[in-house]
Design a protein around this ligand. Structure first.
Ligand code: SF4
Ligand SMILES: [Zn+2]
Length: 324
């Protein structure tokens, strides 16, 4: 569905500049931007993917992944088309590399979404799979509706963090939780025509606005190494940001040849490093059975929530924390 979009500015009678993400694409009449979803029609900005939903399914919130946000609940996970990055290792490339003209999607009304939330016994709605910022019109429309009709339903996004100040300010208004990926250092972001700082500024903003924030650090690419991990940790410490950290093993995908196999020990050492530096809520994802999948009590050190393959479960043989 096509609707008017923004923010944008008119540069002259022939061109506008889209200001939804920091790519700031300059568009002549009829042109689309790098994401292929924003178009200049008669010197105004329109979006092509309004309410074009490709995936709508309930999942445990831990699989988004959130580890410290509405634990043990189910969320309705939604995704659309396209992205403003073109990561060669994208785990959802079937939708993120496609555009609304390439794939079949379904248009969901706000009431359709609410009905699905109730039917699937979901406690929240999460935009994930592709970049929510390039469908922020849909995200804001659905989230603002949900907050109006039932504020007990939580809202969240999983994002690459690459969005303009104006767009993150809009999304923050209606969103309870954010999980951002940090995919590498400047060398990675340069390949996306972006900068590490553009992501970092948004991380700082979410933290300053006191929204729930978790960060995912994927290990499986050539862009993540010990130096980058240390740099990320030191930046978090310097900026006084202490949020849950999820170290992600990742899985091989057909499109990507440089997949880095990280040993469980190496991945666990990284989680340990974060924990030793004050990030008590640091987790490992992708090594089912690792002790770093579970949550532990700060006081007694015992398990508060056991997880296997990122799914919370109860085990009778565990001596759980009884501090509460
Ligand atoms: S959303 Fe980003 S990538 Fe898409 S047209 Fe606008 S500035 Fe370009
Ligand atoms: Zn305890």
């Amino acid at each position: 569905m096509i609707i008017a979009s923004g923010p944008f500015q008119e540069l002259d009678e022939m061109r506008i500049q889209c200001n939804i993400c920091p790519h700031n694409c300059v568009l002549k009449n009829g042109e689309t931007g790098l994401c292929k979803e924003k178009i200049n029609i008669e010197n105004s900005l329109y979006t092509l993917n309004f309410r074009e939903i490709t995936i709508a399914e309930p999942r445990p919130i831990e699989q988004t992944p959130f580890f410290e946000f509405y634990q043990e609940t189910t969320a309705l996970n939604l995704g659309g088309y396209s992205c403003n990055f073109w990561c060669p290792f994208c785990l959802n490339y079937e939708i993120s590399y496609n555009t609304s003209s390439d794939l079949r999607s379904k248009t969901f009304s706000n009431n359709d979404i609410l009905k699905l939330v109730k039917e699937t016994n979901s406690k929240g709605v999460v935009f994930t799979f592709n970049e929510p910022a390039i469908m922020h019109e849909t995200v804001i429309d659905i989230f603002s509706f949900i907050k109006r009709v039932d504020s007990s339903i939580y809202t969240a996004i999983h994002s690459n963090g690459f969005m303009s100040k104006k767009v993150i300010d809009l999304i923050i208004k209606y969103t309870d939780g954010f999980v951002f990926d940090i995919k590498g250092d400047d060398s990675f972001y340069l390949q996306m025509s972006a900068t590490f700082d553009s992501i970092w500024n948004n991380i700082r903003k979410i933290n300053n606005k006191k929204r729930h924030l978790e960060l995912v650090i994927p290990l499986f690419t050539e862009f993540m190494n010990d130096n980058t991990i240390t740099k990320i940790m030191n930046k978090l410490i310097n900026d006084n940001i202490n949020c849950p950290i999820i170290i992600l093993k990742g899985r091989p995908i057909t499109k990507y040849n440089n997949f880095t196999q990280v040993s469980q020990k190496k991945a666990e050492d990284i989680v340990k490093l974060f924990k030793e530096n004050g990030f008590h809520e640091s987790y490992l994802m992708g090594f089912p059975g690792s002790k770093y999948e579970s949550s532990y009590c700060k006081k007694c050190g015992k398990i508060t929530l056991y997880r296997y393959d990122a799914v919370p479960m109860f085990r009778e043989d565990i001596d759980y924390c009884k501090c509460k």
